[in-house]
Design a protein around this ligand. Structure first.
Ligand code: NAD
Ligand code: DAU
Length: 339
């Protein structure tokens, strides 16, 4: 086994998936973790509040702030690792205002890459399966590491651009980087704008779930804990310059997810509303994670989507104080869009 890194700098570590990874590092390594997070509407220091202050330090700042990034990357030292989660992450927001997506996802990633180049720092870049575009419902194919890029939305195109920047910095400047493209995550601490927390919190409020279009679109769900264990495996054992797809064989239509939530929350399975579809809505995502499993021996821990979803429902029921302040404003945005 290669020695474990002693220092991590995690961008976006106060968001949904980034904070899950910080928690994973605290539980599974002895490393010190610095989080760089702008604390946008999607970031929240309470996601890290219960972690030991000696192990985790939060720096509030922007990944596009070159001076701040340079100082934090320099502080990592020779064996530190920069793990890049920070992004504008919601497709619907990218349709109403693409500008922060271009700034954070492209300029921010460029700023981190330049610092990694100057200091010779190992970087892992977190990306999404959406860079590959979408699949037809009846297509037997799934995305692999060699699927051509074909993003659809301002969000996914800026993520695709950020991946291409990383690849270019590896090839042109020898930056020691890996990339992972993961499917749809679910679990605790996800913002109520996203599909699963939106429907759970609607149901808590006695409001019917809202399905875009006919609810036929398919997403490939993975628990955020499994995403984190895969990222650590890639950092510890992945090959520099390589891309790894992360997925847990969790394909479900949106309608099936809503029906399951309704059942888990004691409601009639037909108790949902169909609303205005998302513009350019990708039909289906599906990940083939053979490379990650064969090369690095990774396996997901959550093999039952129903059990993972039930524990997520329980978490949202117990953490209303966390999501409640965001709910009204989020729903007001959706109401404006007829959703
Ligand atoms: P999120 O929106 O919950 O969190 C994003 C975090 O980044 C927030 O804490 C926010 O404050 C921070 N941030 C935003 N702009 C910043 C900036 N300019 N400087 C510093 N911090 C900034 O997102 P998430 O769902 O946790 O996604 C995290 C990463 O994982 C993203 O790169 C996303 O593309 C990728 N990803 C997400 C999923 C998913 O299903 N959610 C799946 C695959 C990949
Ligand atoms: O595939 C990985 C991607 O998954 C990540 O890169 C993104 O950051 C993450 O947000 C997610 O993107 P999606 O657009 O797939 O996720 P979202 O939660 O927005 O929507 C999931 C599906 O549910 C999608 O088909 C749209 C639909 N939907 C969404 C909402 C909010 C509804 O039907 N109703 C809703 O109210």
């Amino acid at each position: 086994m290669p020695p474990q890194p002693a220092q991590f700098l995690v961008t976006g570590g106060a968001g949904f998936i980034g904070s899950n990874f910080v928690r994973h590092l605290v539980e599974h390594t002895d490393a010190h973790v610095t989080v760089l997070d702008k604390l946008t509407y999607a970031g929240d220091r309470t996601t890290l509040a219960d972690l030991p202050p000696g192990r985790v330090e939060l720096v509030e700042g922007d990944i596009a702030d070159a001076a701040l990034v340079d100082r934090l990357v320099a502080d990592l030292g020779d064996d530190g690792v920069l793990v890049h989660y920070a992004a504008e992450s919601h497709n619907d927001n990218s349709l109403s205002d693409p500008s922060p997506f271009v700034q954070t996802n492209l300029v921010g990633t460029y700023t981190l890459l330049e610092a990694a180049r100057r200091h010779g720092t190992r970087l892992h870049h977190i990306s999404t399966d959406e860079v590959y575009g979408d699949l037809e419902l009846d297509d037997p194919a799934r995305f692999t590491e060699s699927t051509p890029y074909n993003p659809s939305s301002p969000y996914s195109s800026t993520k695709a651009g950020s991946d291409l920047l990383v690849r270019a910095w590896v090839r042109s400047f020898g930056v020691r980087a890996t990339i992972s493209n993961c499917s749809n995550n679910y679990g605790p601490w996800q913002h109520v704008e996203k599909f699963i927390p939106r429907q759970i919190t609607n149901l808590v409020d006695g409001v019917r779930p809202r399905l875009y279009g006919a609810g036929a679109n398919v997403r490939d769900w993975i628990h955020a804990d499994d995403h984190s264990s895969a990222v650590l495996a890639i950092i510890e054992r992945g090959r520099i310059g390589e891309t790894y797809l992360i997925g847990a064989d969790g394909e479900h239509s949106n309608l099936d997810v809503v029906r399951l939530l309704l059942r888990l929350m004691g409601r009639d399975e037909d108790d949902y509303d169909l609303v205005t579809d998302r513009a350019g809505h990708d039909m289906r995502y599906a990940i083939d994670s053979t490379k990650l499993r064969r090369e690095l021996g990774w396996e997901p821990r959550y093999t039952s989507f129903e059990e993972g979803l039930a524990s997520t429902v329980a978490w949202y029921r117990e953490h209303e104080d966390w999501w409640r302040p965001h709910k009204e404003q989020t729903e007001a945005k959706y109401a404006k869009a007829g959703q």
